[in-house]
Design a protein around this ligand. Structure first.
Ligand SMILES: [Zn+2]
Length: 95
């Protein structure tokens, strides 16, 4: 999966202007990096894993979406991550 280029709505040099993450010049900010490796999102990831007792891994997506309470926590995580990326990109779009 490509990075979060779609979220870039402004002309300010941002997270979306490069395939590499702001946390390290050699890390591509693809979905696996954002979900599990990136220190920028570690707080959101750790809090969600603690709340759901499910690791945020692609193979666990069915578990993360199976029960209403867990699904809601996971969707909140997704909103927090996309919101943070939007802010970093200077976007004013609402998701
Ligand atoms: Zn990163």
């Amino acid at each position: 999966m490509e990075g979060f280029h779609v979220l870039n709505k402004g002309n300010i040099p941002t997270f979306a202007d490069s395939p590499y993450c702001a946390c390290a010049p050699d890390k591509v900010h693809d979905l696996p990096h954002v979900l599990k490796e990136c220190p920028i999102f570690v707080k959101e990831s750790a809090e969600t894993e603690a709340g759901t007792a499910v690791q945020i891994l692609r193979e666990n997506f069915p578990d993360l979406l199976s029960e209403d309470k867990i699904c809601q926590l996971f969707l909140t995580f997704c909103e927090r991550v996309t919101g943070k990326i939007s802010k970093m990109n200077g976007s004013t779009a609402r998701y």
